[in-house]
Design a protein around this ligand. Structure first.
Ligand code: ADP
Ligand code: MG
Length: 398
């Protein structure tokens, strides 16, 4: 079940004077100890402010990066604590561990309206092992539990799974609530026509998503490098384009299934090609006329028009995966064009996937603001859209 049924919201919790443990996702990009993008911290502010405004004693916890056993340098949450203090205008207390005496000392000294940020949860390998003893140590630091780390709920890790099992009073934060609500709607009750747009690097990354979407969508639009494999499966010669040779049979099966379910599949009719990914410019050709030695690196203008028309006629749209090598300017028009089409659509529009979300932001203007929901979780959004039960969400249900 991918809905909020049975899950309390942070607004329904009594937090006054309580130690409120909030699992956030402060897994920010760092360069030489400096935060290069603080979006994840900024996005957590509504839940943080809500708890503080209502007199909670706030205990924040997060992981950062992938520390190797025994190695902690460069992956302290200290820079996140400093940034949070700037954003909130209050002191953020930083114990030098997430459990044990130093954490307890800081947490037990907190007064209403004060904040501490525990040190990186992954400094303890038990976190990723969903270890119950470790979770019990974390539980000593909380009266109530709030999860606002959507990017982590697809993993059964101690801070999002074993810990909330031990806490009676628990809820989702604003970010998590919005994610479950938006993605859940597309799983349980999408307004029709429901159009899914898939792209990105590989079919193999997205098999489960494609199969599950086929059960629910009216049309599946396929672009990006993934489309090459489908075109090749239809016996087109895509020349030097990236094709997953071992996925041709799978692509044919998907096309047959779609046909049987009366799901329209839209593939590119033209593509932007070049002889190398370093090329300074590309040119649009029909998919049947890719010159020797050239590869498809974006969808062409005719394809974009076709795709945009489908989007314009939809009532729900889910998009995952760029239409081309959008990181390079000559091959970005298809991806940015689809982003623009979503922004202009009257449909309920949701974007999921790390690169897709980045592309929407780069598309510029007011585009990101005009999309109903841009999911912050890469893996988690795809697993949720597949209709899977995610451990960190299920555990929150009463
Ligand atoms: P997401 O993170 O949104 O799920 P993916 O990781 O599946 O998306 O795919 C994103 C990557 O796919 C991008 O780096 C993009 O450059 C690449 N890509 C998309 N289309 C092509 C193409 N035709 N040729 C090469 N790379 C492509
Ligand atoms: Mg990606």
């Amino acid at each position: 079940m991918t809905t909020l049924a049975g899950i309390k919201k942070v607004t329904e919790l009594d937090v006054e004077n309580k130690r409120v443990f909030v699992r956030v996702d402060f897994n920010v990009p760092l360069d030489g100890g400096k935060i290069t993008d603080d979006a994840r911290i900024v996005e957590a502010l509504p839940t943080i402010k809500h708890v503080l405004d209502r007199g909670g004693r706030l205990v924040l916890a997060s992981h950062l990066g992938r520390p190797k056993p025994g190695k902690t340098e460069g992956l302290s949450l200290e820079p996140c604590g400093a940034r949070l203090a700037e954003l909130l205008g209050v002191e953020v207390h930083l114990p030098d561990d997430c459990v044990g005496d130093s954490a307890k000392k800081v947490v037990f000294d907190l007064r209403a309206g004060q904040v501490c940020l525990l040190e990186n949860l992954r400094f303890h390998p038990e976190e990723e092992k969903d270890d119950e003893t470790f979770a019990a140590q974390l539980a000593e630091l909380c009266d109530v539990y709030v999860d606002d780390a959507f990017g982590c709920v697809h993993r059964a890790h101690a801070s999002v799974h074993a810990l909330p099992k031990l806490v009676a009073d628990k809820a989702c934060g604003f970010l998590l609530e919005k994610e479950i609500d938006a993605l859940g709607k597309l799983v349980t009750a999408p307004d029709k026509p429901f159009v899914a747009i898939l792209g990105g690097a590989k079919v193999s990354d997205k098999i489960a998503v494609i199969e599950s979407l086929l059960e629910r969508v009216d049309a599946l639009v396929i672009g990006g490098a993934m489309a090459n494999t489908f075109l090749a499966a239809k016996h087109l010669d895509v020349k030097a384009s990236k094709v997953e040779g071992d996925k041709l049979a799978l692509a044919r099966t998907i096309l047959e299934k779609a046909d049987a379910k009366k799901v329209a599949i839209l593939l590119p009719v033209d593509v932007v090609v070049a002889q190398s990914i370093e090329a300074k410019e590309g040119r649009a050709v029909d998919v049947g006329a890719i010159p020797d030695g050239h590869m498809a690196l974006d969808i062409g203008p005719k394809s974009l028009e076709l795709f945009a028309a489908r989007i314009a006629g939809a009532k729900s749209v889910f998009w995952n995966g760029p239409m081309g090598l959008f990181e390079r300017e000559p091959f970005s028009a298809g991806t940015f064009g689809v982003a623009k089409a979503l922004a202009g659509a009257s449909a309920f529009t949701v974007v999921g996937g790390g690169d897709s979300a980045a592309a929407v932001k780069q598309a510029g203007g007011e585009i990101a603001k005009k999309i109903n929901h841009i999911s912050t979780g890469g893996g988690a959004s795809l697993e949720l859209i597949e209709g899977k039960k995610l451990p960190g969400i299920e555990v929150l249900r009463a």
